[in-house]
Ligand binder design. Sequence first.
Ligand code: GLV
Length: 314
Amino acid sequence: MAILLNNNGYGNEHWQKHLQQQLPSMSLQLYPKISDVESVHYALVWNHPKRDLLNYPNLRAVFSLGAGMEHLLLDDNLPNVPLVPLLDPVVAEDMANYGLYWVTHFHRRFADYKQQQNQEIWQRLEIKLISEFKVTILGLGRIAQKLAETIQYAGYQVEAWDFKTKDFPPEPMNKIKTHAGIGQLYNAIRDRDVVINCLPMNDKTKGLINADFLSQLSTQTSLVNISRGGVVDESDLLDSLNHDAIKHAVLDVVNLEPLTANHPFWNHPKVTITPHISGSTYASSGAKVIVKNILLMENGEMPEGIYDMQRHLR
Ligand code: GLV
């Protein structure tokens, strides 16, 4: 039995090292040098070539080498086996802390203090009580939940929105007001200090953050995008920033990555860019999660969080 490893574009070496450490008994087939297609039972992929996964007749599951699944779903010819996202709590924690950092940044007015420092001004600025500083998380998936929980635990007033309600563990999400359905979206984002987008990219979310959406935000709202650039209509966002209709945008992700040379976001005073680092995948901890799932399947059990294609299509 073998594992196919194809971390296309990012190299296989790190994953190879950690998978071999975790599971020395299993042979690894490194794409494109597959010596025995029949032996491949599990495929670990990122940006695999379309149709390639049909070449392995004994495939039992496909594991994404990241949290995102859209690289897999671009392939219309996927084998009929479970598709498993990488649900690594370490990455969710990193993303939650990235979100908390920016919420704190806006709440405590650190950008204003930097400006004061530049002018040698020593002056305290007024801020809201932490419990009155309002944050909305778009998304109720695992990463969004971790984000909501982390920011709520720090003391902020957190609400969350998604297309559908989800069942949560009773604590601490019961302290977080949730909104569900497109009809509730604008209620969830109006009059907020920070809105953090954590929605996955799909047909329903593409361009969801457009001129209409942005017109519901206030001049005091900052937008943070940590999921996928395509959820934001970038020219509408630029328009809104240029008209001072919102306060600031922190973009960890953009439509075309890396952000192209001379893109107006680079030097915009109301935009902060980070290069898709809010939650980088670590092969060291990711390999543990995937190996645990493979061993579960070898035991006749199913991993948690199998991608629900029907839900995606609905
Ligand atoms: C990164 O964005 C991922 O999907 O893992």
